[in-house]
Design a protein around this ligand. Structure first.
Ligand code: HAM
Length: 415
């Protein structure tokens, strides 16, 4: 086969067992969206490049080296979405919703980042994403965190996940912090990596996030945000922590969390696990009070998060494997008349709501093999003998036990 007939590096197909996990994630997220009164919203997979470039930060890894950006046929610069937030904020502004707050949106779908592929890290992956626009106050952040926490709990994976929290303060505190960082890092300028030399001018905060070993050593003694927070920012962060405690949501403050995107203010949080190797962040987000204004709308407080569906799926396979096949019933016809009767039975049972698998026109031995392989709970067998008696043979596949039942009494046996 030509290598062009393979999936592109960093992309994958979802089918078979994976599709059950995928569906479950989307169903649970949609259910929680309803409970928290979020509406489903879908924006295009590509936008004008400006939507992402200025807003996420020119010096962030995502923008500086990971976007899929190309010239459209009329030479307009287009970018495949590397996250949901900026596109949703664009939609919030361009659809004239800025006076209709709060706007609470749930989305899911593919995201594109040109990263180095490895387990849990893809170039096309899926996110579930929640944004609340026009909401202020620490309680809104806590509500968002409890939404994320609820989804992870419902998926059965919370036991291997912990919540880490930090604050980046408001604009004033950030400015103060930035000055302190510039002062500090300027002293080590010649030892910084080439990337961080640029960050020092454009966005010194990004240096804290550097993966370069030399940078990491310098970062160890860098000033801490907590020393630069004004009273209001301090109180905001205290309120977030106090109210998380009231909801019994456990967390750890981790001053190293700066997030990979530039738009955050105040609270940032990550739900992390050590069960997925290097790619431990399962769900992450925070407050972004300045983004709507940066994108041309009125000042609007907002908070949100996203979670990588593939990472959730991997964790579910470890912690909460799905056995959804157990409800499956295999209907098995023998001979021409038996096959016809089986097709009718399958039809009726599906209408009532049973999950039915049936194969037509294959050998009998093969049908039994298929019923086993599919992990069906029961096989309902109809052949000449059964037709004569107007009964169906019911075989419990786990135990091999067989029984004859009248078709009308099927619902009584609890399939
Ligand atoms: P993010 O931290 O860049 O945040 O991505 C959110 C989640 O997407 C990560 O925690 C991870 O689970 C998943 N993820 C990221 N990159 C990959 C990848 N290459 N392969 C597989 N999964 C990945 C955002 O995207 C923000 N927009 C979140 C947000 C919403 N903040 C406010 N509102």
């Amino acid at each position: 086969m030509s290598s062009k007939m393979q999936p592109v590096r960093g992309t994958r197909d979802i089918f078979g067992d994976d599709s059950k996990y995928f569906e479950k994630v989307i169903n649970v997220a949609s259910d929680y969206a309803k409970r928290f009164n979020f509406q489903f919203a879908s924006t295009p997979i590509f936008e004008f490049s400006e939507v992402f470039h200025r807003t996420l930060g020119e010096t962030s890894d995502i923008i500086s080296k990971e976007t899929y950006t190309f010239a459209d046929r009329d030479d307009t610069s287009i970018t495949l979405r590397p996250e949901f937030t900026a596109g949703l904020v664009r939609a919030f502004i361009s659809n004239g919703l800025t006076q209709s707050t709060p706007v609470k949106w749930f989305s899911y779908g593919p995201i594109f980042r040109y990263e180095r592929p490895q387990k849990g890290r893809y170039r096309q992956f899926n996110q579930i994403n929640f944004e609340a626009l026009g909401v202020k106050g620490a309680l809104s952040d806590v509500e968002m965190i409890s939404l994320g926490n609820g989804i992870l709990k419902e998926l059965g994976i919370i036991k291997d996940i912990s919540l880490e929290l930090n604050t980046l303060g408001d604009a004033e505190s950030r400015k103060h912090y930035r000055e302190k960082l510039v002062q500090y890092f300027s002293r080590y300028e010649k030892d910084l990596s080439e990337d961080s030399k640029i960050r020092l001018i454009k966005n010194p905060l990004r240096i804290l996030d550097s993966k370069d070993e030399g940078d990491k050593k310098i970062v160890l003694d860098a000033p801490k945000i907590f020393d630069c927070l004004n009273d209001e920012s301090k109180k905001f962060f205290d309120d977030v922590q106090d109210n998380l405690e009231l909801l019994n949501i456990r967390f750890k403050v981790n001053p190293k969390i700066v997030r990979g995107l530039d738009y955050y203010t105040h609270t940032v949080f990550e739900f992390v696990t050590d069960k997925l190797g290097a790619q431990g962040t399962v769900l992450a987000g925070g407050r972004y009070d300045g983004l709507v204004e940066v994108m041309g709308g009125p000042a609007t407080p907002a908070v949100g998060f996203a979670s990588g569906v593939e990472r959730l799926m991997e964790l579910m396979k470890v912690d909460a494997p799905l056995f959804s096949k157990s409800g499956l019933v295999y209907v098995l016809g023998i001979g021409d008349e038996g096959e016809k009767a089986a097709a009718m039975l399958a039809h009726t049972m599906r209408e009532i709501g049973y999950i039915i698998e049936i194969d037509h026109g294959i050998k009998l031995a093969k049908k039994f093999q298929r019923a086993d392989k599919l992990g069906a709970k029961l096989a309902l067998i109809i052949g000449d003998e059964e037709l004569k008696k107007q009964k169906i043979k019911v075989k419990k596949l786990e135990t091999g036990e067989e029984d004859w039942v009248n078709i009308k009494s099927l619902s009584l046996i609890g399939i």
